[in-house]
Every structure is written in structure tokens, then in C-alpha cells.
Design a protein around this ligand. Sequence first.
Ligand code: SAH
Length: 354
Amino acid sequence: MTRLKDILIARIDDTGPMTLADYMNVCLMHPEHGYYATRDPLGAGGDFITAPEVSQMFGELIGLSLAQAWLDQGAPNPFTLAEAGPGRGTLMADILRVTSIVPGFHAALKLHLIETSPTLRAKQQTTIGRSDINWHATFHTLPQQPLFFVANEFFDALPIRQFKRDGANWREHLIGAKNEALYSKWSQPLLIPALEYRLSDTHDGVIVELSENIATCATQLGGLINTHGGTALIIDYGDWRSLGDTFQAVAKHEPANPFSRPGDADLTAHVDFEALTIAAAPAKHSRLTPQGVFLERLGITQRAEQLSANLIGDALNAHIKAYQRLTSPVEMGTLFKVIALYPDGVTPPPGVEP
Ligand code: SAH
């Protein structure tokens, strides 16, 4: 039994069954035994691999898109360059390297990272190698100034609640404990005002998901961008509107049971981009764009050709595989989607459409 399982069972014995959001929060974020607090989960030797770890091209193109958005908005100085959930810091390191050719960008930027894991903060310091990194635990403390923001596979790690339709009511997915084991159950039918709009597009037995954490982050982001200018590029897997059970656990690159070894598996859910944009209003949002289309529009094919000129043998094969992995519809190309937030009256960043 993991330490976290003991902690969860004690808490459930004390205060009753917990919501899926509370469960995810403890499993991922517990300061001592939480999944992210205790390890670097990324890469071949870890539990999963992300786009910036697949190829430098991902961060380069995102960096240039953000820099173009900064130029289009009159090159504000100073501005916040921020990333939420930077993992190993690879994406930000690639963004910083590629934008060093953009006149004035580095002189104006203030670097802010939103990260709770001490292990990953240390990793980010090493990868990024700057002495001026400002870390935050939440979005609330970001400075009141123009904000150019990126998050890749951050929102999918935020806790969700799950509900199953029952007439005009909803039963909530709860985690209980019996005989030293955790189990899932559905609550009594509840009236959930936040889900009233889902009564028209669901029927009995359908599962929908709701993330108060995503809404809080999106409201902060949208507010800063709408007030001070800037843009956000958000990349994640998910869809326009949540439908069905998307809660999943992954350990060592394989699906895992989310309740058997709490704290040892990554827990995620698909992002409901519609809910994210509603919470970010009055900031405007782009269309939801498949990652492959986004990267093609930004010139990934030309960049891939340019890089391949210096490669031979295994290195060349790995590079071609990485390009396919990021863009192909059967790999990350359509599973992952991109959405941008920006103020009213401003051109969205290159790669997405209004
Ligand atoms: N963006 C990186 C890593 C994705 S893993 C990449 O693409 O490789 C998710 C990241 O979000 C980790 O850095 C994790 O520690 C961080 N994270 C997860 N939940 C968080 C929360 N509630 N607040 C701050 N950071 C969080």
C-alpha cells in the first residue's frame, strides 16, 4: 500500500467519500507523496512523453508565434513571458533560444513560471539556466502587465468532477473506502446549477465533466490578457465540450488503474475548451485548431527540412519520426488541440484563426 492510500483512507473515514477533484488533487499535488511532488515523470524513462520532449521544433514554432503576437501588439515593454506546468523546462528553453533573434524581446521580458512541484522547479532551473526566474504556485500572483503565455499538457492535469445524468439531476462520482481499499460510487441525485446548460444535449446515464480549477485559471488568464494585452497559447488534448468519461491514469507509458496505487500514476482528463473560453471571457478566443494544422501553418515542414540537412543515419530517422509524431493525425496531430486567447480588436497569434 502506498503512503498516499493510507492518507486518503484516513481522510475518507474522517469526512466521508471524496469528489474525483479532491482525489486528483491529493494524488497529484500532495506536498510529500503527490505524483508531481515526488518525481520527474517525463521522457522515455518516465511515465509519458510530451511534444516539447519529442522535438525542439515544437518550442521554436511556439516561441516565434508568441514573438509575432508581441510585435503585432506594439512590442510592449515590460511584459510577462509565462508558462504554466513547464515540466522539465524544455519548451521554455526552446522559446528563449529562438526568440533571442527578435530585437527587443529579451530586453522587455520578465520570466514567470507557474509550477508547484519542487522537483520540477529544480529541473526547470537547470534546463533554463537563468537567474531571473519567478516561480508561482497559482495564476493569482502574476504581475499586472501584458502577458504572453503558453501551457502544454497543463490543463489536463487539473482536477475535474464527474457527473452522471439522472432525469433533471446529476449523480456525482465519489471515492469511498472499504476494507482498506478505495472504490468508486455515484452519489444521490443532486441539482447542479452549473450543469443546467447540459440538460439540452445529454440524456440519462451520460457522463459529463466539470473543472472548477480550469475555470479559475482561465478567468485569471483572460482577465490579465483583456486588461493589459498579450495572448495565451494553450495546447492539450480534449474537445470543445466535455462528453463521456475521459478520466485516465498512465504509468510507465501504459494505462493504469487510477485507484489502485494513488500517487504512483499520472491522472488526467480531457480539457473542455468551451468551458475554458467561457471562463476566460471577455478575452476573445481563436478556433480550436488541431496541433498538426497549427504546426504546419507555422512552417514545421520547412523547419524539419532545414534541420535534416545536418543529420544522417539514426539521427535523421529519429528526426523524421519526431516530425511525424508531432503532426500526423494518427499520432499527436489531431488528438492535441491548440486554442489562443487574446484581447478584443487584436490579431490572434500566427497558427490559429479567429
Ligand atoms: N508542459 C510540460 C509538462 C507537462 S506535465 C511538457 O509539455 O513537457 C504537467 C506539469 O504541470 C508539471 O510540470 C506539473 O508539475 C505541473 N502541474 C500540474 N498541476 C499543477 C498545478 N495545479 N499547479 C501548478 N503546476 C501544476
